[in-house]
Design a protein around this ligand. Structure first.
Ligand code: HEC
Ligand SMILES: [Cu+2]
Length: 481
C-alpha cells in the first residue's frame, strides 16, 4: 500500500515530484529523471567495521534496501552471552550508503522466529516517525515504504517499537550515510564504528546468558559500554588496520540508548571532524562528542606505526566496561614525528647528576609483613595501586589487551618467572591459556618486599593454586641481573 503513494496520481505525488525535479535541476545539468525512470539498484550493505563502497554515480537512483530483523544469541564479552535483537543479524545493523536525492525503497522483513514486532526509524527520513509508523512489522511479515534522502549526512537508524528503550538496548541500531551530491573526499580506509551500552543482570564479566536489566537501563548505569556490539569487536584478531601515510575515515555512531560518547583515538588528532555527522567541518580535534542517537565522521592521517586505541574518553568505560578498540598501524617509523622514549633517568629535585637506571626506581621501603596474612593484605594494596588498572580487579585482564592473572597457566606453571616479569617488564608475544597477547607490561618500581607481597597475593587469590614468594628470592633475581 505504501509503495504506491509515490506512483499514484494524487496531488501529493505531484508536489513531491516537483520538489525532486527542483532538486535535480540544481544538482545535475546532464539530465532530469522522473521517479519512475530512476535507475534501480540494490544497496550494498556491510557489517561493521566494513563500510559500503563510495558512490560513483552523478545522478540519483532508486535504491532498494532489504533489512531483516532477527533475534539471536550472541557474544557480548568472553563467556558472556546475550539475546540480541538485530537488523540483519548483527550489532550494529548493516551500514547503508546512498546519495543525496536518492529514492530509497525500504523493505523490512521480520523473521518468522522473532518473538517481537519491530520497525525502523531512520534519522535520514523526512516524515513521521522517520519511517517507524510505516514499517511496523509483525513476526513473519514484511513491510515496505519509500523516502527521498533530502539531507546529506551520517545518520543513525534504530527500532522504535515500544518499549523503544528496550529495543534499542538490545541492539537495534545502525548507520545510514547519505553522501552529498558532490561526494566525499577520497580516503584510503573507511571504518564503521558504533558505540552502545548494555544493561545486564549481573556485573561486567559475569558469565553465561545474561538477561536485560530494565532497572539498570532506567538508571543509566550499564555494565558494558562497547564498540560494535561486543567487548572483543575491535581487539586482538579483530583489530582494524592501516599503513603509515594513509588517511583513515571513521563513521562513528552512538546507539545509546543513554550515554553520550567522548570519542577519542589515543595517539592521534582528528585532522577533520564532520561535527555531528553534518556538513560543518572542524579541524585539529582531540575528542569529539557523539550524542546518543547521533554520529560524527572523523578523519586523520596516520604518520607513525603502532597501536592506536579507540576509546570513549569517559575513561572507566574504556578500561572497565569495554569501550576499547585497536587500530594497528604498520609501516616505517618517523622519529621526527615521534621519537619513542629517549631516556629514563633518576630525577633528583635536590640537585645532583641524573643517572640512568636499568629497571625501576624503588618506592620508599614498605612495612615488613610479619606473616602470610599480612603479606596478602599489603600485596592486595600494591595490586590495587600498581596492577589493577590493566589486569582488572577480578584478575581476568581485558580481552586482547591484558592477560589474566586469575588461572594464568603462564604464571602458575612457573611463579618465580613472574619476579622477572615485574622487575624487567615484559613485551613481545606470549600465550596465556591458549590466547596470544602482544602487549607491553612496564617494569614496576617496587622494592623486594612489595614484589614478594603482590605476587603472593596474586598466587593466593581468584582460586589460583597458592604459593609464596619471599623478599630473599626477589633479591636473588635482582642481583642476577
Ligand atoms: C600498564 C598495564 C599493566 C600493568 C600496570 C601491569 N601489567 Fe602485567 N602485563 C601487562 C601486559 C600487556 C602483559 C603481557 C605482555 C606481553 O604481551 O608480552 C602483562 C603480563 C603479565 C604477566 C605474565 C602473563 C600472565 O598473564 O601471567 C604477569 C604475571 C603480570 N603481568 C603481573 C603483573 C603484576 C603483578 C602487576 C602489578 C605489580 C602488573 N602485571 C602490572 C600489562 C600490565
Ligand atoms: Cu525492535
Amino acid at each position: 500500500m505504501r509503495s504506491i503513494q509515490i506512483r499514484s496520481g494524487s496531488s501529493l505525488k505531484l508536489m513531491r515530484f516537483s520538489a525532486l525535479g527542483l532538486l535535480l535541476a540544481v544538482s545535475s545539468v546532464t539530465s532530469v529523471w522522473a521517479k519512475d525512470e530512476l535507475p534501480v539498484e540494490n544497496a550494498v550493505l556491510t557489517h561493521a567495521p566494513q563500510v559500503p563502497p563510495p558512490i560513483s554515480r552523478d545522478h540519483p537512483a532508486k535504491v532498494i534496501v532489504n533489512v531483516d530483523t532477527i533475534e539471536l544469541v550472541g557474544q557480548l564479552s568472553d563467556g558472556v552471552d546475550y539475546v540480541f535483537w538485530t537488523f540483519n543479524g548483527a550489532v550494529p545493523g548493516t551500514m547503508i550508503r546512498v546519495r543525496e536525492g536518492d529514492l530509497i525503497e525500504f523493505h523490512l522483513n521480520n523473521h518468522p522466529d522473532s518473538k517481537m514486532p519491530h520497525n525502523i526509524d531512520l534519522h535520514a527520513v523526512t516524515g513521521p516517525g522517520g519511517g517507524a509508523t510505516s514499517s511496523f512489522t509483525a513476526p513473519g511479515h514484511t513491510t515496505q515504504f519509500s523516502f527521498t534522502a533530502l539531507n546529506p549526512g551520517l545518520f543513525v537508524y534504530h527500532c522504535a517499537t515500544a518499549p523503544v528503550g528496550m529495543h534499542i538496548a538490545n541492539g537495534m541500531y545502525g548507520l545510514i550515510l547519505v553522501e552529498p551530491k558532490e561526494g566525499l573526499p577520497k580516503v584510503d580506509r573507511e571504518f564503521y564504528i558504533m558505540q552502545s551500552e548494555f544493561y545486564t543482570k549481573g556485573d561486567f564479566g559475569e558469565g553465561g546468558l545474561r538477561p536485560f536489566d530494565m532497572a539498570e537501563a532506567i538508571s543509566e548505569n550499564p555494565d558494558y559500554v562497547v564498540f560494535n556490539g561486543s567487548t572483543n569487536s575491535l581487539l586482538g584478531k579483530n583489530a582494524i588496520h592501516a599503513k603509515t601515510g594513509e588517511t583513515v575515515r571513521m563513521y562513528v555512531g552512538n546507539g545509546g540508548p543513554n550515554l553520550v560518547s567522548s570519542f577519542h583515538v589515543i595517539g592521534e588528532i582528528f585532522d577533520t571532524v564532520w561535527v555531528e555527522g553534518g556538513t560543518l567541518a572542524n579541524h585539529n580535534v582531540q575528542t569529539t562528542l557523539v550524542p546518543a542517537g547521533g554520529a560524527a565522521i572523523v578523519e586523520f592521517k596516520v604518520e607513525v606505526p603502532g597501536d592506536l586505541h579507540l576509546v570513549d574518553h569517559s575513561i572507566f568505560r574504556a578500561f572497565n566496561k569495554g569501550a576499547l578498540g585497536t587500530l594497528t598501524v604498520s609501516g616505517d617509523e618517523d622519529l621526527m614525528v615521534y621519537s619513542g622514549q629517549q631516556s629514563d633517568g633518576i630525577y633528583l629535585p635536590e640537585g645532583g647528576a641524573t643517572q640512568s637506571v636499568n629497571g625501576g626506581v624503588p618506592e620508599p621501603a614498605a612495612p615488613v609483613a610479619k606473616n602470610k596474612e599480612e603479606k596478602m593484605l599489603f600485596g592486595q594494596r600494591i595490586y590495587e595501586r600498581n596492577c589493577m588498572a590493566c589486569h582488572q580487579e577480578n584478575g581476568k585482564g581485558l580481552p586482547g589487551a591484558f592477560p589474566p592473572l586469575a588461572g594464568s597457566d603462564y604464571l602458575l606453571s612457573d611463579p618465580k618467572h613472574a619476579i622477572d616479569v615485574l622487575l624487567d617488564g615484559l613485551s613481545g608475544e606470549i600465550t596465556v591459556n591458549g590466547v596470544g597477547y602482544n602487549g607491553v607490561m612496564p617494569a614496576v618500581s617496587l622494592d623486594d618486599q612489595s614484589v614478594a607481597n603482590v605476587l603472593t597475593f596474586v598466587l593466593n587469590t581468584w582460586n589460583n593454586n597458592g604459593g609464596e614468594i619471599t623478599p630473599e628470592e626477589v633479591a636473588e633475581h635482582r642481583a642476577a641481573k
